[in-house]
Write a protein of this length. Sequence first.
Length: 115
Amino acid sequence: MKVVIKMMHADAGHGWLAVKTKELVELGIADKISEYSFYKGKTTYLEEDCDAGLYINAQTAAGVQVITKSGKQWETCPVRFFKRVEQVVVPQADIEEAFASPRSVDQATLDREFA
């Protein structure tokens, strides 16, 4: 069984498990993460009560054992100041399909869609 080690960041009020956001997409749970989790860069900090358990259960189902290590105990954990995860409105199946068959898009189309 494969083993991964993940860091738990915490303060007196709460804790967050640090995982790469890409893992959430690969496990098919990115659209199930609550707004009580946070992200910064390529890392998502999963709130300890539900989202961390969801991640651990998904990894276990995939044959991966997750070991958590406690990081520094903060008075106020910096994770609280990161951006909150917003509910994903794109279904996981659509995300997978988009990555499976990328289409060629010209710059004018990108400018229009992201204006």
